[in-house]
Design a protein around this ligand. Structure first.
Ligand code: NDP
Length: 322
């Protein structure tokens, strides 16, 4: 079983930033990529709000840069997925799909995954740049002058719909009931916004597409309409839109830690305020796995830096850093 001072689980901006800082502190971190190497940014197209890239950068390219930067200073990145962790005994034990490891400190950066509608097409188009997204802050800009739809009735849906009115000509807010779950203040603001059109009691049955040719001669499948079903009478209708934002919640990737680390009622890991420390000494959490509020690449990266610094200080205190 190979032993490491620091193991980082997850390779989004939080995981790679933690790995970068830990490697520069001479801790030679071992990083497990997991099922989605590079994390959620690898399923977006252009990232225009990560500081330092004034012309934007493709999500996968940004993650490649982060990985190589961490490796340059001594991080080892393994294409393995952690299947089991034992945080009750020291050193901590981790079992991946390929091997077993032990670690003095563990940095959890397993992120969160957007929930999709379960129809397949929405998730597929989000990966191919077909006009479907789960992040208005990331992709709203691409829908300037277009008519689009947001699905969901919670705070995220309302916040996204409101934000998207900066770009879109019209935002259809599709909800499966006739009452929003979102807080009253946010609802009122959204419903007063002349660009937001609620579509009550409807679910999205399908995303209808058209095939366009880019100036480079490449064929791309783009959303053209949504096929909706009324939840009361079952009738179906088509809603023409050029974009779809799915905002039906996120699922933190925390099942590995069930019963070992405290989580809030929606499954997000809880950390000590203003730090990355969990209730188990030597276990730190960063990025979206512990943040359902900001959920940005830059905030995840910032918290990854915090986790590495917290881990480094803890290891030094315990005499485990050398
Ligand atoms: P929520 O779980 O609160 O809301 C999800 C919404 O999506 C619900 O309206 C739900 O409908 C709907 N939904 C779920 N599954 C489906 C489906 N398969 N098809 C259609 N609709 C579906 O998630 P949020 O991301 O909105 O919020 C998560 C947490 O973060 C909340 O605690 C929220 O308050 C908080 N938050 C706070 C913000 C703020 O204060 N500024 C901003 C964003 C989030 P139904 O209502 O029928 O269940």
């Amino acid at each position: 079983m190979s032993h490491h001072k620091v193991v980082v689980i997850g390779t989004g901006p939080a995981g790679y930033t933690a790995a970068l800082y830990a490697s520069r502190a001479n801790l030679a971190p071992l990083v497990f990529e997991g099922v989605q190497p590079g994390g959620q940014l690898t399923i977006t197209t252009e990232v225009e709000n990560f500081p330092g890239f004034r012309h934007g950068i493709a999500g996968p390219a940004l993650m490649d840069e982060m990985r190589e930067q961490a490796r340059r200073f001594g991080a080892t990145v393994k294409a393995e997925t952690v299947l089991k962790v034992d945080l009750q005994n020291r050193p901590f034990q981790l079992t991946t799909d390929q091997s077993d490891y032990t670690a003095d400190a563990v940095i959890i950066a397993t992120g969160a995954s957007a929930k999709w509608l379960g129809i397949g097409k929405d998730e597929q188009l989000s990966r191919s740049g077909g006009g479907v997204s789960a992040c208005a802050t990331c992709d709203g800009f691409f829908f300037r002058g277009k008519e689009i739809a947001v699905v969901g009735g919670g705070d995220t849906a309302i916040e996204e719909a409101t934000f998207l009115t900066k770009f879109a000509t019209k935002v259809h807010l599709i909800h499966r009931r006739d009452r929003l779950r979102a807080s009253k203040a946010m609802q009122d603001r959204a419903l007063e916004n002349g660009k937001i059109h609620p579509v009550w009691n409807k679910i999205v049955l399908d995303v209808l597409t058209t095939t366009l040719e880019t100036p480079m001669g490449e064929k791309v499948e783009k959303i053209r309409a949504l096929q909706l079903q009324d939840t009361l009478d079952g009738s179906q209708s088509e809603l023409p839109v050029e974009g779809l934002f799915v905002a039906i919640g996120h699922q933190p990737n925390t099942s590995l830690f069930a019963g070992q680390l405290p989580m809030d009622e929606t499954g997000y890991l809880q950390v000590e305020k203003g730090s990355s420390r969990t209730t188990i000494e030597g276990v730190f959490a960063c990025g979206d796995v512990q943040d359902h509020v900001y959920r940005q690449a830059i905030t995840a990266a910032g918290s990854g830096c915090m986790a590495a610094i917290d881990a480094e200080r803890w290891l030094a205190e315990k005499g485990l850093a050398e």
